[in-house]
Design a protein around this ligand. Sequence first.
Ligand SMILES: *[C@@H]1O[C@H](CO)[C@@H](O)[C@H](O)[C@H]1NC(C)=O
Ligand SMILES: *[C@@H]1O[C@H](CO)[C@@H](O)[C@H](O)[C@H]1NC(C)=O
Ligand SMILES: *[C@@H]1O[C@H](CO)[C@@H](O)[C@H](O)[C@H]1NC(C)=O
Ligand SMILES: *[C@@H]1O[C@H](CO)[C@@H](O)[C@H](O)[C@H]1NC(C)=O
Ligand SMILES: *[C@@H]1O[C@H](CO)[C@@H](O)[C@H](O)[C@H]1NC(C)=O
Ligand SMILES: *[C@@H]1O[C@H](CO)[C@@H](O)[C@H](O)[C@H]1NC(C)=O
Length: 593
Amino acid sequence: MQRRRSVTGVLPGQMEKAGSKNQNSRLCCLAFLSAFLWFFLLYFHFVFLRGDNSNANTSTTQFVDHHTTTLTPVIHESTSIHVNVPEVKPPPRKIGLPNSNPNPVEIKSYPPPPKSFPFSKALTSGDNKSDPCGGRYIYVHDLPSRFNEDMLKECKSLSLWTNMCKFTTNAGLGPPLENVEGVFSDTGWYATNQFAVDVIFSNRMKQYECLTNDSSVAAAIFVPFYAGFDIARYLWGYNISRRDAASLDLVDWLMKRPEWSIMNGQDHFLVAGRITWDFRRLSEEESDWGSKLLFLPAAKNMSMLVVESSPWNANDFGIPYPTYFHPAKDADVFNWQKRMRGLERKWLFSFAGAPRPGNVKSIRGQLIEQCRSSPVGKLLECDFGESKCHSPSSIMQMFQSSQFCLQPQGDSYTRRSAFDSMLAGCIPVFFHPGSAYTQYTWHLPKNYTKYSVFIPEDDIRKKNMSIEQILRQIPPEQEKLMREEVINLIPSLVYADPRSKLETLKDAFDVAVQAVINKVTHLRKDIINDNIDKNFIEENSWKYALLDEGKHEVGPHEWDPFFSKPKDGSGDSSDSSAAAAKNSWKNEQRKWK
Ligand SMILES: *[C@@H]1O[C@H](CO)[C@@H](O)[C@H](O)[C@H]1NC(C)=O
Ligand SMILES: *[C@@H]1O[C@H](CO)[C@@H](O)[C@H](O)[C@H]1NC(C)=O
Ligand SMILES: *[C@@H]1O[C@H](CO)[C@@H](O)[C@H](O)[C@H]1NC(C)=O
Ligand SMILES: *[C@@H]1O[C@H](CO)[C@@H](O)[C@H](O)[C@H]1NC(C)=O
Ligand SMILES: *[C@@H]1O[C@H](CO)[C@@H](O)[C@H](O)[C@H]1NC(C)=O
Ligand SMILES: *[C@@H]1O[C@H](CO)[C@@H](O)[C@H](O)[C@H]1NC(C)=O
């Protein structure tokens, strides 16, 4: 087809020329023409009858390429060729090359050449509309079992305070919860440990519909290292070399793999179901907390998904804590949502938690006081002996009977409780933007007023404002809209049962994986277009996370006072949130002993 068009495209000019000369030259021209036609017939024959089909495709591509570069084709012709070629054989590497012919149409039809980038094949696979997985493939590293499975075999050593063995059962969901009090549903409920996301996520990945063994088409590369389980073993009473050993071993292993060199690890991601401060030890002092995983040069290139990320760092991202609900099918979720919509909620607000008497800045004491003294407030206190505060059914029952659920900081910014309460259709009340708004930007709407109430800590701490009064000012119809928004968020906040797959709904895992893919894809495009933001200031990471799509500029922000770092500038591991992380063991001990 294309060939013949080329012939007619050349001939008219030659015929005109010939017509202006005498008979001899006409004969000459006829002879020349027939020779020309013969040549083309033979060439056609040779090209198309040689070899198998795939060879023929290649030849067509080469042929077209040859013509667009050596002839000066009519525009109509070149566009028709260009429309055809990508269907014949994408990615058309030859055509992507800038050639000697600076045909403007050609430049317009083809974006800058992706050829010299090792990820261009993966990037173009996203343009293959007939491949439902195009641009969504995940390659999973086949790590030695010491980085994951072996830790489960040693589950007794996973926590000093808890026998984690029962929590690693059922693909990481833990033992099933019986629906004795009718608070849960009959199936899909488990006594899930709040630090179990390492295992749940890895198992959930096995159900991902676009896994590939071909890393050259991967949109992102998953590293199934149980980073949270690893450090949990050594947080208490082990020297820093023990705490860092597996992390160093891992990056050493990864950097020797051919996949590393595709993007120096910038397409790699891993998951730790713990807070980021457990992996941000800045110094080599034994008394300092945690491992230095997230400060290793290799880990700075990767993305780590954690249940609490650092506002000032760019290599970690917040994902939801696990709740007790792990639906196996869409209907489980729909039924639950329907029930949460219909509940009668007798408490205006409630709080489940313990005071922090050792922390003078904590507002928990005041919140507890307000819950106690208000007739419409409900408190589930956690501190005294056998407390109902750690019984999943008591917690869920209270959240289900409350309109608003108070979610102040704990030892660190975030709490699992925020997700348990939203699962119950209770509107969360946050007191620090780091507790949710700057954390879970992949999973929660950027416009936080749609689903939550924000009361700055100082309004409580300094002004002793009344929660009851603030909440009563919210019009009932607005509260209804907020509750509906919270209930609609439920599917994307829960981790589905990793042993099955939701039919249409996207769970917290799906949302996280898609966000990682988007991040890597944007980065790849920025690399190709030489569009990397050179003014990026890592310390402002939380501001970038709040930006709308396509925006790059950050400036002063109303939340700056919440995220100002200590004067000595060493905020990463020695400021109050890291110190608080250090204290979190007390909480862990209380909770599961
Ligand atoms: C596009 O995707 C389809 C379906 O997976 C596949 O058969 C085809 O080979 C892909 N095309 C290219 C050029 O990779
Ligand atoms: C990848 O390879 C493994 C082992 O050869 C195989 O079991 C698995 O099914 C393959 N996965 C995909 C997505 O092709
Ligand atoms: C750290 O502790 C391990 C045992 O957990 C021990 O084998 C090792 O020698 C210690 N290293 C240092 C530098 O003290
Ligand atoms: C991290 O990525 C940057 C940019 O690609 C690269 O220069 C650096 O060598 C990478 N670091 C490691 C440890 O691979
Ligand atoms: C955020 O949501 C609220 C409530 O739905 C709405 O009134 C407001 O206009 C929204 N703000 C922005 C910036 O979209
Ligand atoms: C805070 O307000 C409550 C009433 O809402 C009051 O009972 C309490 O004494 C006040 N506390 C302080 C320290 O002013």
